[in-house]
Design a protein around this ligand. Structure first.
Ligand code: GTP
Ligand code: MG
Length: 195
């Protein structure tokens, strides 16, 4: 799909009411710093429309990006960010949960995992929770440029087994630097949306 227009239409904090959008939504979940906002920029073909940072905990709200007046990318706050209070962490968790539970337009959930690391306990909880909500998450293994080509298959296997993902769960490697994997991610979205 050719992205002609992008607009950060709604920003929801812990006390905000979630929007009742009419158009399909695609959500990006994953731990803090894994590369959610960078992937969204890659998909939007914008360098830094979605704010990114080398410091974890950049996105602290649920951000709805209107794409071509056709669909929304939903950038979720990262979990597992150590520097905030337990209370705030719990509130963010609840906010993410509430969104995944109540959105009527959510068509696809991407769960992002850093290709270099074995999934954390929080990643596993998130995966199980998404499945529990009735979604079939597609895993995106981020930061592909940070490993050697020879390590790729081993790391993808580690992610699958670490999450306890079903054998037919898709795991797509991606690099925000080289944009490798972008086409496959688009194809996956277009399939889920029936475009
Ligand atoms: P939060 O908003 O804190 O939850 O983080 P996020 O998941 O949105 O991560 P973000 O996109 O802000 O990226 C975090 C850091 O990782 C930034 O310094 C990015 O430049 C870097 N990064 C993201 N994706 C890639 C990638 O594919 N390759 C490399 N080398 N760096 C990446
Ligand atoms: Mg972010």
């Amino acid at each position: 799909m050719h992205v002609k227009s992008v607009n950060l239409e709604t920003v929801c904090g812990i006390t905000s009411k979630l929007p009742e959008n009419e158009k399909p939504e695609i959500a990006f979940a994953g731990k803090s710093n894994v590369g959610k906002s960078s992937l969204i920029n890659g998909l939007m073909n914008r360098k830094s429309y979605a704010r990114t940072s080398s410091q974890p905990g950049k996105t602290q709200t649920i951000n709805f990006y209107n794409i071509n007046d056709l669909l929304y990318f939903v950038d979720l706050p990262g979990y597992g960010y150590a520097k905030v209070s337990e209370e705030l962490k719990a509130k963010w968790g609840k906010m993410i949960e509430k969104y995944l539970k109540t959105s009527k337009q959510l068509k696809l959930v991407f769960l992002l995992i850093d290709i270099r690391h074995e999934p954390s306990a929080n990643d596993k909880i998130m995966y199980d929770w998404i499945v529990h909500q009735g979604y079939e998450p597609v895993i995106i293994a981020t930061k592909l440029d940070k490993i050697n080509r020879s390590q790729k298959d081993k790391q993808l296997k580690l992610i699958r087994s670490g999450l306890g993902a079903k054998s037919d769960t898709r795991i797509l490697p991606f690099s925000a630097l080289s944009k490798q994997g972008l086409e496959e991610i688009w194809a996956c979205m277009e399939e889920a949306l029936g475009f």
